[in-house]
Design a protein around this ligand. Structure first.
Ligand code: HEC
Length: 169
């Protein structure tokens, strides 16, 4: 009986660990932000969809519950603990209707986290991370976060965010 219980508990702990550690254990070299910082982001809500004509990429922007609330209420700056994730895909014609395009391969996942204790570059309290898809794996963006900070500074008056909440109704 006891051994069966131990076996069951071990299996439970093991499966919980597997579920909670689905993202690879990698981090950005320059600011230490890890991919696991956004563990579970697949459950965040999509707040905006963008298409980059130059890169021919579709981008979904997802927000955790803290960021979602602030974005919906148009409250800036976003509160501590806000996490905003961007998933970028290449596109392809749909096999069933080629005039329509659909998401094809994920190109990269990137995110911003609001953490004033860890990040304060030019008044900006966001930490930036990008993970580039290589085959079945992801690798931290080799050039680091300096260019993220520089380009997002152009929207400093909007809390360094290009995204605004897009209604679905
Ligand atoms: C040359 C300018 C530029 C650079 C460099 C840049 N971004 Fe952005 N970023 C944008 C633009 C424009 C958008 C909105 C359009 C889109 O979704 O692609 C955006 C959107 C985002 C979003 C969604 C929130 C928002 O602000 O709209 C995140 C998260 C993000 N970028 C992270 C990063 C990270 C991490 C890096 C660095 C590795 C980075 N960006 C580098 C221009 C830039």
């Amino acid at each position: 009986m006891l051994s069966r219980f131990i076996l069951f508990s071990t299996a439970l702990i093991f499966s919980t660990a597997l579920i909670s550690a689905s993202l690879p254990d990698i981090k950005m070299a320059d600011n230490g932000l890890s991919f696991r910082e956004i563990e579970g982001y697949q459950d965040y809500k999509i707040v905006a969809t963008h298409y980059r004509t130059d890169k021919k990429e579709l981008r979904y922007i997802l927000a955790n519950p803290i960021a979602l609330k602030a974005l919906m209420a148009k409250k800036q700056p976003l509160p501590e603990g806000s996490k905003i994730v961007k998933v970028a895909w290449s596109i392809k014609p749909m096999a069933t209707f080629p005039d329509a395009l659909e998401a094809d391969q994920i190109q990269r996942i990137e995110y911003m986290v609001k953490d004033s204790k860890r990040y304060n570059q030019n008044g900006d309290h966001w930490g930036y991370a990008r993970y580039v898809k290589k085959g079945d794996n992801y690798v931290p963006y080799a050039k680091g976060s300096a260019e993220c900070i520089a380009c997002h500074a152009s929207v400093s008056s909007d809390d360094y965010l290009f995204t605004s909440f897009q209604k679905t109704y």
